[in-house]
Design a protein around this ligand. Structure first.
Ligand SMILES: [Zn+2]
Ligand SMILES: [Zn+2]
Length: 164
């Protein structure tokens, strides 16, 4: 089992991420633009139980997303490095910010979400399945397993078919 290591800019927070992260996501939502400094958030979806914080204090800031869900964003209170986010209803599933990994070179985004909030000057992940908001079926936001299926399907049809 692979273990990834990471932490914050000042070095106070150190963590280890075990297991295989499930999916790489680029999120263009307005909130992530604040957190990233203007770009999309690049996150690895992972299990909370696979993340072990080895050192440092972590602060949490809650917001209400456009979906109406409360979203927690964890960061180092000393240097401000964003570390991860999760929704109130699925605290076991985290989006780890790849900028906090010691080595993020193998990050592979599989899907781009919240394109509706993207800025005109963003590089728009042409070639990735892109969703205007969150992928959903009816009123249910679909999980990453189903998203993975949709991505395959979208690739077969045409690269940009997953828009909207
Ligand atoms: Zn720090
Ligand atoms: Zn976002």
């Amino acid at each position: 089992m692979e273990t990834r290591r990471g932490g914050c800019l000042c070095g106070a927070v150190r963590y280890e991420l075990a297991g295989k992260p499930r999916m790489g996501v680029n999120c263009y939502c307005r909130d992530c633009q604040y957190i990233s400094g203007g770009g999309p958030a690049h996150v690895l979806v992972a299990s909370r139980r696979d993340l072990k914080v080895m050192s440092g204090n972590i602060a949490t800031y809650w917001t209400e997303a456009e979906s109406g869900r409360r979203v927690a964003r964890e960061f180092c209170p000393a240097c401000g490095t964003p570390l991860l986010s999760y929704t109130e209803n699925r605290p076991d599933r985290i989006g780890l910010k790849v900028g906090s990994l010691d080595d993020a070179s193998d990050f592979t985004p599989r899907v781009a979400i919240w394109m509706a909030s993207a800025q005109p000057w963003h590089s728009l992940d042409i070639g990735l399945p892109r969703f205007q908001r969150l992928p959903r079926v009816g009123k249910y936001v679909i999980g990453e397993v189903i998203i993975a299926g949709l991505i395959k399907l979208a690739r077969i049809i045409r690269p940009d078919a997953a828009k909207g």
